[in-house]
Design a protein around this ligand. Structure first.
Ligand code: FES
Length: 159
């Protein structure tokens, strides 16, 4: 014997899903969506902002047109290379106050951060920089100038 409710129901009508099963499937779907979105998020992570550091020892080809006493700053380096009648020398362009990069000027170097000034040989012209700009080791290998940013030398050392 069948009830009226069962009689009205077609055999093509789906069985109602129990609430517990529905919630379980919904939870699994949510977990799968969260996992998929997290994978997408990881794929879209930005690349490292810090690139590998450059070698501290590098070769410089001074331009033939470089005038005596004129600074040549190799691209991407914090070094000013000079040539004069006595030889070639290099001075760091990292300010001795808090490490900003100084800019060349008619008076030598000026720091854009707190206003320090340095003469062309790195001597402090105006504070707050506590020390002169360091001179760096330079070697001349058959016309090729090599600068070592890690090696400081006494100011006035030229090759
Ligand atoms: S960092 Fe150059 S003056 Fe402060």
């Amino acid at each position: 014997m069948t009830t009226k409710a069962e009689e009205k129901k077609s055999r093509f009508d789906p069985e109602p899903m129990p609430r517990r099963d529905f919630l379980g499937i919904a939870a699994l779907g949510s977990m799968a969506a969260a996992f998929g979105l997290s994978i997408l998020g990881m794929l879209k992570l930005p690349k490292a902002a810090v690139s590998a550091s450059l070698a501290k020892k590098f070769n410089v080809a001074l331009p033939d047109t470089l005038a005596e006493g004129e600074a040549f700053i190799p691209p991407g380096r914090n070094v000013a290379v000079f040539r004069d009648g006595e030889g070639v020398f290099a001075i760091s362009t990292v300010c001795t106050h808090l490490g900003c990069i100084v800019k060349t000027s008619v008076n030598g170097f000026d720091c854009p951060c707190h206003g320090s000034g340095f003469t062309k040989d790195g001597t402090v012209r105006k504070g707050p920089a506590p020390k002169p700009l360091p001179w760096l080791k330079v070697s001349n290998n058959g016309g090729m100038i090599t600068v070592d940013e890690d090696s400081k030398v006494k100011s006035g050392t030229k090759v």
